[in-house]
Design a protein around this ligand. Structure first.
Ligand SMILES: *Cc1c(COP(=O)(O)O)cnc(C)c1O
Length: 410
């Protein structure tokens, strides 16, 4: 069996640093009830890996295999992954009168139409490697879709619970990709409770965000890929739509690993956690100077992917934001909708509401001076815009009446 060079040395608790967690073993949360982080023997890897050789490989995020936990290539579950484009938005920049670059990392091009593919491909492949047959998770939509697709392909069962107002397209795609899915009258944390409490009766493994260690490793590849795309440089600022925060935590981890490998220097981007004003637990904790975030009551926002009232990795998000000199910022839903229209109209790029939130946050931060007009910023569009409700702005024409073509220009 083809076995990859595997450099995982151990796992450690993200909160306490306790490091006696063995690799190639099934893990959930740490003994402290916090996320586990995968550690590699970076000293042994340094000098052995050629970053350009790795970057030139096909296979999208699977190309970074030495920095991933899967040992046996037969456990890699693939659906035709590819690198996602970094789209320069010169029209947005010139309209705002900024001299810096605005780049959209369009993650909607991945299998299942969101960056959840990165995390779940890794989590499901590791679940396969560790012999699991039945997986479960709460989801706001995209994670469930990605888990269903990869689990089905791996020959595993998937049980998925989502809030009953999750976009229909998410619920339907989950079912069509072989997942068993239920709409639940509650929020994602209520769905999480069902998964946790059903463990004994169902014998399933809980693949909730950050409750197992491998999803972060998949999301980390966004940081590796982004840096490679920028010619082994980091941008000045990253705006990341933050729910559970896996991607922000993962990218922060990726930058540290790349520096330890000698691939990049000490410069880091400022990490900005973007939330909606209707659900902003991380922003509140950031502003209050706290390291942990309290449960957000009555969470609501049109950006369902970031409607996450409580995050088990809250301190990891807040640490990265603070250590990087970044900040956490909340934007209103009407600003999110307007940003979505503006990006589409000016750049021809259809983003999801969560992606639009990052642009709304960028504009807000630009006007209050928290980012500079010369900064090179990366906005994460995490899901395919086609998955979401769109405003109905098309007009109709009666072909049985004379058409005044001049009117069409209005
Ligand atoms: C999951 C999701 C997010 C939040 O990502 P995290 O890394 O969990 O914070 C944002 N937008 C969309 C579309 C998502 O599916």
């Amino acid at each position: 069996m083809p076995v990859y060079s595997n450099y995982v040395s151990h796992l450690e608790c993200g909160l306490t640093g306790e490091s006696d967690y063995k690799p190639a073993t099934l893990h959930g949360l740490s003994r402290a009830g916090r996320p586990l982080l995968v550690r590699y023997d970076l000293a042994a890897m340094r000098g052995k890996l050629d970053r350009d050789e790795i970057w030139a490989r096909p296979g999208g995020f699977w190309k970074w295999r030495e920095l991933l936990p899967v040992r046996n290539s037969e456990n890699v579950i693939a659906l035709g992954e590819d690198d996602t484009p970094l789209i320069a938005c010169a029209a947005l920049a010139s309209n705002l009168g900024v001299s810096g670059e605005i780049l959209i990392k369009d993650e909607g091009r991945l299998p299942t139409g969101s960056f959840k593919a990165r995390g779940l491909a890794l989590a499901v492949s590791m679940a396969k490697e560790l012999g699991l047959k039945r997986l479960a998770m709460p989801t706001n939509g995209n994670a469930g879709s990605a888990m269903a697709a990869y689990a089905t392909r791996a020959g595993m069962e998937s049980y998925i619970f989502c809030p009953d107002d999750t976009p229909d397209v998410n619920v339907q795609e989950i079912a069509l990709q072989g997942g068993k899915v239920w709409r639940v009258n509650g929020l994602i944390n209520d769905c999480g409770k069902i998964v946790g409490e059903g463990k004994d009766a169902m014998g399933w493994f809980d693949l909730s965000t950050l409750k197992e260690p491998y999803r972060i490793e998949g999301k980390k590849t966004m940081g590796l890929e982004l840096v490679a795309q920028l010619g082994w440089d980091v941008p000045d600022v990253i705006f990341y739509p933050t729910g559970g925060g896996t991607g922000l935590i993962g990218m922060w981890k990726a930058f540290a690993e790349m520096e330890a490998l000698g691939w990049i220097g000490a410069k880091r981007p400022r990490m900005v956690a973007v939330q909606a004003t209707g659900c902003a637990p991380i922003v509140k904790a950031y502003e209050d100077g706290e390291r942990h975030a309290a449960l957000w009551q009555d969470a609501h926002t049109c950006a369902s992917g970031i409607r996450v009232p409580v995050a088990v990795g809250d301190f990891l998000i807040l640490d990265a934001v603070r250590d990087s000199g970044g900040f956490a910022i909340a934007v209103d839903d009407d600003k999110i909708e307007a940003a979505r229209m503006e990006i589409g109209a000016r750049e021809g790029v259809l983003v999801c509401p969560e992606g639009a939130a990052t642009y709304a946050a960028y504009k807000q931060a630009l006007s209050d001076g928290r980012v500079g007009a010369g900064d090179r910023v990366v906005l994460f569009n995490c899901g395919n815009g086609l998955k979401y409700d769109m405003p109905d702005i098309a007009a109709s024409l009666n072909r049985h009446e004379p058409i005044n073509y001049n009117d069409l220009k209005k």
